[in-house]
Design a binder for this molecule. Structure first.
Ligand code: AR6
Length: 191
């Protein structure tokens, strides 16, 4: 387990199945129409129950780079945050992935949640490279805590990587961020 602390929030990497994680919110890697047919989405609906798909159907459509909330059925979470990441090749992918992460954090914030767990959004069916995903997601999360919402209620952000290779990729990126944070902590942040 690897983690860093940014202000009052811990960012932690975990290897495993996101449906086993205890967090106030679990983020789903969803599609625009919230039809949870494969990957993380299917695992969430299978374990959480039909209510998640039913509430998703009532929401209908979510733009790429945005997120929407449903309850979590039988899962150990208060909410599922359905985040829609980009499909690799559609263009402007980094910005859309970043925006999906920030929208998810904002929704958790609105509900005053303390913890949220993300999968590696877009890196399965949507074929976004994992290294690039690690960079974009970790940067979005640290920027949110440091700059966008420095008084955030969120105390724990988990990144749940399904397999060891994905975990190692995120670990390398987290180490790079930790180094940068140390550098700026000793020399002051650039204005
Ligand atoms: N826990 C954690 N990570 C998982 C799990 C799990 N249970 N299962 C898969 N992963 P994907 P996408 C990893 O395909 O690329 C769906 O059909 C997986 O190894 O779930 O954003 C939706 O309905 C990969 O690294 O999401 C959409 O149509 C990562 O989670 C579409 O796929 C994301 O893989 C979304 O595609």
């Amino acid at each position: 387990m690897q983690e860093i602390k940014v202000r009052n929030t811990t960012i932690r990497l975990v290897q495993g199945d996101i449906t086993d994680i205890e967090a106030d919110a679990i983020v789903n890697a969803a599609n625009n129409t919230l039809q949870h047919g494969g990957g993380v989405a299917l695992a969430i609906v299978k374990k959480g129950g039909r209510i998640i798909q039913e509430e998703s159907n009532r929401i209908g459509f979510v733009e790429t780079g945005k997120a929407a909330l449903t309850t979590a059925g039988r899962l150990h979470a208060k909410y599922i945050v359905h985040a829609v990441g980009p499909v690799m090749g559609e263009g402007d992918e980094d910005r859309k992935l970043r925006s999906a992460v920030i929208s998810s954090l904002e929704l958790a914030e609105e509900k005053n949640l303390k913890s949220i767990a993300f999968p590696a959004i877009s890196t399965g069916t949507y074929r976004f490279p994992k290294e690039r995903c690690a960079k974009v997601m970790l940067r979005a999360i640290t920027d949110y805590i440091e700059k966008i919402k420095p008084d955030t209620s969120i105390r724990l952000v988990l990144l749940v990587l399904f397999d060891e290779p994905a975990y190692r990729i995120f670990e390398r990126e987290l180490k790079a961020i930790r180094k940068q944070l140390r550098y700026f902590a000793t020399r002051g942040f650039p204005l």
